[in-house]
Structures are given as structure tokens and as C-alpha cells.
Design a protein around this ligand. Structure first.
Ligand code: NOJ
Length: 498
């Protein structure tokens, strides 16, 4: 096994550079609640979780969640407590446009986000706003969702309304969040609503339409708003870091394929003008073997390529973990056919010695983020990057003493600084997440991502700083990462430091 260990947590860069944005992130459905408050329309999540509650493991939903729709002032207070310079949140499409279309603009929805944005700005906290974090209006979901190209037009119209309403104050926009994971959870695995499992097919169509939707919003901004508003538009991609399990040619190829299927599927069309060749070739070959007359990945037309090319002022990276990848005879027949995993033709595993979070796959291996940032720098002409998500869920039992999360945060932030010192154009880091929220189909209970704990039993949804919050606060205050800093989240009482 050959691990790449470029960073060692005891050496390297510990100082936060001036102007580097440190913040935290959330998304609307995961924290807002107020699912039908003040004229909000139904999203696919509202609809399905009411109709079929057992989609979520612990039968919870986002009806109230962390109740940020009513408690946004406390959220901003928390950001102030942390000293955060920026906050990434998402806008709920159906809070602004109840049936998804521009037929009716909900003034209460506009007012809510205006209040939040104004309060952030009054406290010198920069808003980084996501337009689409998975909560598709039910109207469009019922009409084919992201498999229907007209959804991209509706998204463009929604983006225009949002730019128009908030663009005088918001200067940093993320169009879509994690297209790859979003499409795979709906279409590849059928575990997110509307549960339309169609492995190896829907996943690529959905991804292609999200690319076009992103480009549409980018062009609308570019043509209609950029001159007056002077902001920037990008998107957020999920990106793990693959490490070759050995130096064999097959394993090294497997790493390249992993990157092509994961970040390359989106980065290449935007930064290089077309899908990666290895992605195209592998899917075409597998499709032929399976007797499809055309590839399951529909090629981008010349017009579409030109439309998508160059449509990002920055790229947001959501990074959580690394994995080893390999390719040998055992991979054949390992996955269902057709499927995305079968198309990749590679196997993955993790090093059991990497510290594990509450979620099996999310283990701490900070050199992975360093390597990923250096890869993006070298492969895509050093784009401006923001780490728009990075986090490590602890269990409810860990309560406020989320020691492992606090360690993860320091190690990964340090990896970012090391990459920056070696030329990466990373300009900010957003920890996921500000407060505990609904972890989609896993529910409210199991995974605690928050810097602040939320008491979901308490009707007032009390928020309390965890150890990770105190550590982050000290990093921001001092401008340095101190691995020895060991605050007590319980104050002077009831704390046994293990
Ligand atoms: C990425 C998603 O954007 C976010 O919604 C989710 O909670 C985190 N990953 C953790 O799984």
C-alpha cells in the first residue's frame, strides 16, 4: 500500500493568511423547518417524507429541524460567537416560488432571506448563498425532475428572481450543491426522494442536466447582473481523494478513473470544455457490452460544450474523506450491471487505522485534502477554490465533548493551509456544519455534524457550543491552529477530560 502523506500535523503552516475566509455552512431543508410557514410551497422532501416517513431511518423529517426559519437570529449570534467571517446557507426554492414557477413570488420568503442577509452583513459576515441544495419543488419532481431538461429552464428563472432580489447584497453564489451525490442518491441508489432507481442511466442524465442548469444560471448572472452587482458564481462539488492501493499500473489507472468519474464529470466540461475522455470511453465500452445502441452517457453537443465551458468564477469543494482504490480481476462482477460503480470498474477500501466518525465512511485522513487541492491546482490551471464543506459527525453520546471532530477540523484546516502555501488558490474554508441538522435519509439523531449541538427534543431548539466550536473560535481569534488547545465545553463543572 502506498499512502501519500504530504502533511504531518506537527509541521507545516499553522497561520491563517489575511483575507482567508473562515466560516461554516448549512442548507435550507436540513435546518430551517417552517416547512409550510408563510406560504412556502412543497419540495420533494416535504412531500415524500410526509407520504412515506420511513424513507428516513429514524422517522424524523425537516418540518421543524433546527427551526432556523424562526431562530435565524440565534444562528447569526452563533456565527458572531465563533468570529466567523462568512456563512454558507441555501435558499429554499419553494419558499421563494411556492410552486417552483415564477407565477407567484412569495413576499414572505423574500423577506425572510432579506432579514437573514441584512443581519449577516450588519455583523460583517459574508453570505455565500447556494441556490439549490437538493430541495426540488414537488411540481418539477412530478414532471421528471432532473431527467427532464425543462427543469433547467425553471432553475434559470428561479436563479434570476434570486439574483434580482438579493444580488445587491450577496456577492458569492453557488448554483448547485453536489450534483454527483444528489443524482446518485436519487437515481443510482434510489434512497432520496423521489426514489427513482435507474442505475447507470438516470445518474448520468441527471448530472448532465444539472451541469446545464448550472451553466444557465451562470449565463443569466453574467449577462443580466454581473455588471451591476459585481459578484461571483460557482458550484459545489463532492470530492473524495482516491489513493492507489499499490504502484501497479492497474491501480494507478483506477485512481485516474476515480477522479474522472467524480470531480472530472463536472470540472472537465466547465474548465476544459468536455467530459473527460476516460469517462466517455469507459461508459461507452460498458454500454456496448450491455447491448445498448448508444452510450448511457449522452455526449455533450458542440453547442452545449461551448455553453458550459468557462462557467465558474470559482469551484466549491465538499470534501469529507479519502479512500484506497484498486482494480483487479475481483472487481469484475462485483457490482450490479449496468451501474455507475460497474462503469468505474474499481474497488475501494479504507485504512481501518484512520480515526472513524459516527458515519463509517467518514474517517480522518487530512493529507487527502492536501492532495486533492494540489491535484485541482495542477489539473485545472489553479482555479479559485473554496472548501464549501468539510466535517466529521460525532454520535449523540459524544454530546458536547466532540474531541474527534475538533481534531479533524484542525488537521484538515492545516492541510488546506499547507496546500495554500504550496500554491493552491484556496480562498476560504466552511466547516459543515454550523448547527446540527437533518442528515437527509439518516434523520436528525444519528449523525451530529454541528459545531453547535441542537436539542431536538426541546421546543426552543436550544443550541450549545461543542468543544469543536470553542476550538474553531480560538483558531479564528488567534489566527493560528493550536493542537494543544483543550477547552472545556461544560464550563467548570461535570467534565472529565479523557
Ligand atoms: C454533503 C451535503 O451537501 C450535505 O447536505 C450533507 O449533510 C453532508 N454532505 C454530510 O453528509
Amino acid at each position: 500500500m502506498s499512502a501519500i502523506t504530504q502533511v504531518n500535523s506537527n509541521v507545516g503552516v499553522n497561520k491563517i493568511p489575511e483575507n482567508f475566509l473562515l466560516g461554516a455552512a448549512t442548507s435550507a431543508y436540513q435546518i430551517e423547518g417552517g416547512w409550510n410557514a408563510d406560504g412556502k410551497g412543497e419540495s420533494v422532501w416535504d412531500h415524500y417524507l410526509h407520504k412515506q416517513p420511513d424513507i428516513v431511518q429514524d422517522i424524523t423529517n425537516g418540518d421543524i429541524a433546527a427551526d432556523s426559519y424562526h431562530l435565524y437570529e440565534r444562528d447569526v449570534e452563533i456565527l458572531k460567537e465563533l468570529g466567523a467571517k462568512a456563512y454558507r446557507f441555501s435558499i429554499s426554492w419553494t419558499r421563494i416560488l411556492p410552486d417552483g414557477t415564477t407565477n407567484f413570488i412569495n413576499p414572505h420568503g423574500i423577506a425572510y432571506y432579506s432579514r437573514l442577509i441584512d443581519l449577516l452583513l450588519a455583523n460583517n459576515i459574508l453570505p455565500l448563498v447556494t441556490l439549490y441544495h437538493w430541495d426540488l419543488p414537488i411540481t418539477f419532481s412530478n414532471n421528471g425532475g432532473w431527467l427532464n431538461e425543462t427543469t433547467t429552464d425553471r432553475f434559470g428563472e428561479y436563479a434570476r428572481i434570486v439574483f434580482n432580489a438579493f444580488g445587491d447584497k450577496v456577492k458569492n453564489w453557488i448554483t448547485v450543491n453536489e450534483p454527483s451525490i444528489h443524482c446518485s442518491f436519487i437515481y443510482e441508489y434510489g434512497i432520496h426522494p423521489p426514489l427513482k432507481k435507474s442505475p447507470g442511466v438516470g445518474f448520468y442524465e441527471c448530472g448532465r442536466n444539472l451541469l446545464l442548469a448550472h451553466a444557465k444560471a451562470y449565463h443569466i448572472y453574467d449577462i443580466e447582473f454581473r455588471k451591476i452587482q459585481g459578484g461571483k458564481v460557482g458550484l459545489s462539488l463532492d470530492a473524495e481523494w482516491p489513493i492507489a492501493a499499490s504502484d501497479s499500473k492497474d491501480d494507478l489507472e483506477a485512481v485516474k478513473d476515480y477522479l474522472a468519474f467524480n470531480v472530472g464529470q463536472y470540472m472537465d466540461p466547465i474548465f476544459k470544455g468536455d467530459y473527460p475522455e476516460r469517462l466517455v470511453n469507459r461508459i461507452a465500452a460498458a454500454s456496448r457490452r450491455q447491448c445498448y445502441t448508444t452510450s448511457r452517457l449522452q455526449a455533450l453537443t458542440a453547442k452545449e460544450k461551448a455553453y458550459i465551458n468557462g462557467t465558474a468564477d470559482f469551484v466549491g469543494i465538499n470534501h469529507y474523506y479519502s479512500l484506497y482504490v484498486y482494480r483487479n480481476a475481483s472487481v469484475r462482477g462485483m457490482y450490479e450491471t449496468p451501474s455507475f460503480l460497474d462503469d468505474t470498474g474499481l474497488g475501494t477500501f479504507q485504512d481501518p487505522s484512520w480515526p472513524q466518525s459516527a458515519f463509517t465512511r467518514m474517517r480522518e485522513y487530512a493529507p487527502g485534502l492536501y492532495s486533492l487541492l494540489m491535484y485541482l491546482k495542477d489539473t485545472y490551471h489553479n482555479p479559485v477554490v473554496y472548501i464549501t464543506e468539510n466535517g466529521f459527525p460525532t454520535t449523540p453520546a459524544e454530546d458536547l465533548n466532540d474531541e474527534k471532530k475538533a481534531h479533524y477540523l484542525r488537521a484538515y484546516l492545516k492541510a488546506v493551509l499547507d496546500a495554500k502555501a504550496n500554491g493552491s488558490n484556496c480562498q476560504g474554508y466552511f466547516f459543515w456544519s454550523l448547527v446540527d441538522g437533518l442528515e437527509w435519509a439518516s434523520g436528525l439523531q444519528k449523525y451530529r455534524f454541528g459545531l453547535y449541538q441542537v436539542d431536538f427534543i426541546d421546543p426552543s431548539r436550544k443550541r450549545t457550543a461543542r468543544k469543536s466550536a470553542l476550538v474553531y473560535k480560538e483558531i479564528i481569534r488567534s489566527g493560528t491552529i493550536d493542537f494543544g488547545y483543550n477547552p472545556n465545553p461544560y464550563g467548570d463543572t461535570c467534565f472529565i477530560n479523557t
